[in-house]
Design a protein around this ligand. Sequence first.
Ligand SMILES: Nc1nc2c(ncn2[C@@H]2O[C@H](COP(=O)(O)OP(=O)(O)OP(=O)(O)O)[C@@H](O)[C@H]2O)c(=O)[nH]1
Ligand SMILES: [Mg+2]
Length: 298
Amino acid sequence: MRLATDGDPLEADPLSGDRRVVCRDRRTDRSHAARRDISRGSDPEFAMTKIAIVTPTYNEAENMGELLGQLEQVCQDMPDVSFTIVVVDDSSPDGTAEVARKVSRSVRAANVAVTVLERQAKEGVGKAYIDAFQRLLKEDFDFFIQIDADLSHNPSYIRTMVVESSSGRDFVATSRYMEGGGIHDWNLYRRIISRGGNIYTRLWLDRRITDYTNGLNLFSTELLRRVDVNSLDVGGYGFFIELKYRALQHSHSFMQIPLILTDRRHGQSKLPKSTIFTNVLLVPRLRLSRDRKSKAGG
Ligand SMILES: Nc1nc2c(ncn2[C@@H]2O[C@H](COP(=O)(O)OP(=O)(O)OP(=O)(O)O)[C@@H](O)[C@H]2O)c(=O)[nH]1
Ligand SMILES: [Mg+2]
């Protein structure tokens, strides 16, 4: 995926077939100059760490202004890092993509760019992530961060995640289910489903991850390449379970940090109801495939 500069015509992505991709890079000459000043290395374009913050959206127009504003604030406090915020929108009928583009024009931080990647149809959060990763892995990012767009993940956690990545972590997951973590504003039913689902998953899979279904995570590019993202399950939370499980298997340096999750500020949940049942089957399947692989390996 080429990041087109403002004013470039829309381009059809050869990889996506009929999908229309709209990419805008707000990095101007001004920002390149500024980045040279703040970078310490002798060759600043290569010295800066490059991080893509990927946020999938479907009908999140009401949250865009606040989300991008908060992300910009967090990112500009780390001027040695170059951030590209990638909004992956499935043609939301509420005009999320258009709002994101509009807000992106008011981003002033020299080290922050906003890109809107538009997909043609709603295919679920897993498919949106896989599509985005496939494209972005062709770019020269060092790390990828996933974050929900509904402000249930406070962007301020990103700072800790980036600090950990700079000290060699290739996988930083956040967890509601560890000391210091938790959930605000959820009803008892949601708490039981989420907690129960994670206990069940940990019984089958690796216990070092205490929150398999949460979508605020950081991965190094090498790690994501080792995890074959194209082959991941795409249904509901199943995507997060498989991605985190496989990432842990391939990770050289993993850590979890506690997360306090809050309920979405505006809009509605899009999670399919069927996700509970599909995951009940997915988790043992992942375990069996691991057992088969380790037997085959001797
Ligand atoms: N691109 C894309 N994004 C999606 C799709 N479904 C959900 N999302 C986004 O994925 C993120 C998580 O979805 P949510 O609906 O918030 O799911 P949730 O956090 O489990 O549910 P709530 O707590 O009720 O909000 C949000 O940013 C959504 O906008 C989809 O089909 N396509
Ligand atoms: Mg949410």
